[in-house]
Design a protein around this ligand. Structure first.
Ligand code: 2AL
Length: 246
């Protein structure tokens, strides 16, 4: 079973961290391929970054389909390109935000999301609405830690995120915390130990969900809007990305 875990940002150290988090939950016989696009933003912290990350991400799915990949995880909390990736893929495609938020619903009646910069709050809130989870999500909170600061031991990111999680538990009356960035995956266990509530990392839950769906022999519906993209020409520098007939 091959699961390709795609970090849509182009920071190799974060891709390695994400790969380790996915491997930690993968069962026997599962190969985790942690990849990131060759081209694109080093971190994804807004609508523009997200939009620009989608081409590289979709290219990884397109290649994966030719290489026999069974399922995909999109390892960025905005779930960029998720619906488009599902058009390309036969197997399941799981976004870390959707997986983490749905998993949190099994564990608590209400959860808070703790994300990175304040400007990413609205992105997570849009996803809460898209996934129909408004009744379960008590609040989306920013830690004001930039994505690449998560990688910097001098940044004190852990303490800052811990403090925001504590405020979420006290002020939002949330029973679980959802980590709002794939780059926080390595903080999950320590945070959970200190906070005493479930802390849900999307990389782990999306990987486990992809594996579970594969084991249940489930795949992406090819009826309706997740059908293969219609074959047509694309003009200019996007010509190589044109969907073909197969
Ligand atoms: C993310 C994420 O998961 N990866 C990234 O580059 N940006 N999300 C976020 N809320 O900052």
């Amino acid at each position: 079973m091959r699961i390709r875990v795609i970090n849509p940002n182009t920071t190799p150290s974060m891709t390695a961290l994400i790969g380790a988090a996915a491997r930690a939950v993968a069962g026997p016989g599962v190969t985790i391929e942690a990849v990131s696009p060759e081209h694109g933003p080093v971190s994804i912290e807004g609508h523009y970054d997200e939009a620009m990350s989608c081409l590289g991400l979709l290219e990884e799915v397109r290649k994966g389909e030719a290489q026999g990949v069974d399922a995909y995880v999109i390892a960025c909390f905005g779930d960029p390109g998720l619906d488009a990736a599902r058009e390309l893929a036969r197997g399941p495609v799981i976004g870390v935000a959707e997986a983490a938020m749905r998993s949190a619903c099994y564990l608590a009646t209400g959860f808070s999301v703790v994300t990175t910069l304040a400007r990413t709050v609205v992105i997570a809130e849009h996803l809460v609405d898209k996934y129909g989870l408004r009744r379960h999500c008590r609040r989306v909170r920013a830690s004001d830690v930039a994505v690449l600061e998560l990688e910097d031991p001098a940044s004190d990111a852990y303490r800052t995120i811990l403090a925001e999680c504590r405020r979420a538990i006290d002020e939002d009356a949330s029973g679980a915390i959802v980590l709002g960035c794939a780059g926080m995956a390595d903080l999950c266990e320590r945070l959970s130990g200190e906070l005493g509530v479930p802390v849900v990392d999307g990389v782990a839950t999306a990987t486990a969900t992809a594996e579970a769906l594969l084991r249940a022999r489930l795949f992406t519906s090819k009826r309706g809007d997740y059908a293969r993209p219609l074959p047509k020409a694309y003009r200019g520098w996007l010509a190589p990305f044109a969907p073909n007939k197969d």
